[in-house]
Design a protein around this ligand. Structure first.
Ligand code: UD1
Length: 363
């Protein structure tokens, strides 16, 4: 019997491990699959709701590390995860994405001589100011299996001198979740809950430090949304970091915002999928949402200077605009005026990625 531990830490990890877990269950006579939740995200709406909706079992291990500086968070995960690895002696650790828990757990495992698989390897923004870029580079450089979502990932890894025997182009496991849960999302009542009409609202998410940690930037963003709200309905499910910073900078979400802007707590996976699918346009700085909009053929305006997911721009419906809010407003109006981008679905984003990954790790 092989023992494999998959790690989840933050919100974007849950929808990547769920399809792997479902697939592992088909092989439960040969593989014991355990889940370790580091507790990087701990709020009900940032974590538990995803476990429930994605039909993930209660994690086998919960490290409860919570928030902190990068060093604190990463170090706490390492200290706690090491204890689990020493006790459990797994054959393989699977880490996904690019959050602090990803790098912390991969580093802990390789130091104990345990093999590591990185799902979503090879993505590069080439912007080392992003904490995620450092997490990606470090995790890839020590992993034994590199599972890649798009061709750029393969090219980046080869360019960094990683041997091609370690690289597996398998597609996008997050899209497995999307394909699986789309029928459920179609039945969601979330549009009615917020009195939204299909194709007649803008969905906004914004949480990157580069967009929300600086007062001028965040004020500018809220002003831009206020301006857009004169003619459009806007739904903005808000990440705790963004909410915290609005309060810190004294930007009120009650009085300072136009009526047409609805600010909500973070929204669960199924309802959010429904909101994405039916939006006229999505404005975001998220990584995963660039991919989900591309798969769904929904227009996406990304307020970042770079993307580690270039296929969403080259093949998909993503418009990479940068952080200049004047340009962003122009781009939004342009799309709404009908100058939308036609897009295709990148290779192997077909709902069968977990199956391909498990074939490899089974050997
Ligand atoms: C993390 C990831 C980022 C990912 C994002 C998705 C890193 C370096 N960053 O960023 O790549 O896109 O998750 O959400 O790993 N907080 C809560 N409740 C929670 C979690 C966080 O209130 O459940 C608050 C805390 O005040 C915390 C802040 O949000 O300090 C930021 O959380 P943190 O985990 O440090 O990073 P994220 O910004 O969420």
């Amino acid at each position: 019997m092989k023992k494999i531990i998959s790690v989840v830490g933050a919100r974007p990890n849950f929808m990547k491990v769920a399809p792997l877990h479902k697939e592992f269950l088909k092989h439960k006579d040969k593989i014991q699959h355990l889940i370790c939740h580091t507790g990087q995200h701990y709020d009900e709406k940032m974590s538990k709701v995803f476990f429930d909706e994605l039909e993930l079992p209660k994690p086998d291990f919960y490290l409860g590390v919570g928030s902190g500086s990068h060093a604190e968070q990463t170090a706490k995960v390492m200290i706690e995860f090491e204890k689990i690895l020493i006790a459990e002696k797994p054959d393989l650790v699977i880490v996904v994405g690019d959050v602090n828990s990803t790098v912390a757990c991969s580093l802990t495992a390789v130091k104990l001589g345990i093999k590591v698989a990185h799902v979503e390897a090879g993505l590069r923004s080439f912007d080392r100011i992003m904490p995620e870029e450092i997490n990606r580079i470090l995790t890839d450089s020590i992993s034994d299996y590199l599972f890649v979502t798009e061709q750029s990932g393969v090219d980046n890894l080869l360019h960094e001198g990683i041997s091609k025997e370690k690289i597996y182009f398998v597609g996008n496991v997050m899209i497995d979740s999307l394909v699986y849960y789309l029928p459920k999302a179609e039945k969601s009542k979330v549009l009615e809950d917020y009195e939204l009409e299909k194709g007649k609202y803008i969905l906004v998410t914004m949480h990157r430090p580069s967009n929300v940690d600086n007062e001028d930037g965040l004020r500018g963003l809220m002003n831009m949304l206020n301006e857009l709200a004169k003619e459009h309905k806007i739904l903005f499910p808000m990440h705790p970091r963004t909410k915290h910073n609005l309060a810190k900078f004294g930007i009120s979400t009650d009085n300072d915002l136009a009526k047409n802007i609805i600010i909500t707590e973070p929204i669960g996976y199924i309802d959010f999928l429904c909101l994405t699918k039916n939006a006229e346009l999505v404005i975001t700085d998220s990584g995963g949402i660039q991919e989900e909009t591309t798969f769904l053929g929904v227009q996406c305006i990304t307020l970042r200077d770079n993307t580690e997911r270039p296929s969403t721009v080259e093949i998909g419906t993503n418009n990479l605009i940068g952080t200049d809010l004047v340009k962003a407003a122009l781009a939004v109006n342009n799309v709404i005026a009908g100058h939308s981008k036609s897009g295709n679905i990148p290779e192997l984003w077909d709902g069968k990625t977990a199956e391909r990954i498990i074939k490899v790790v089974q050997k």
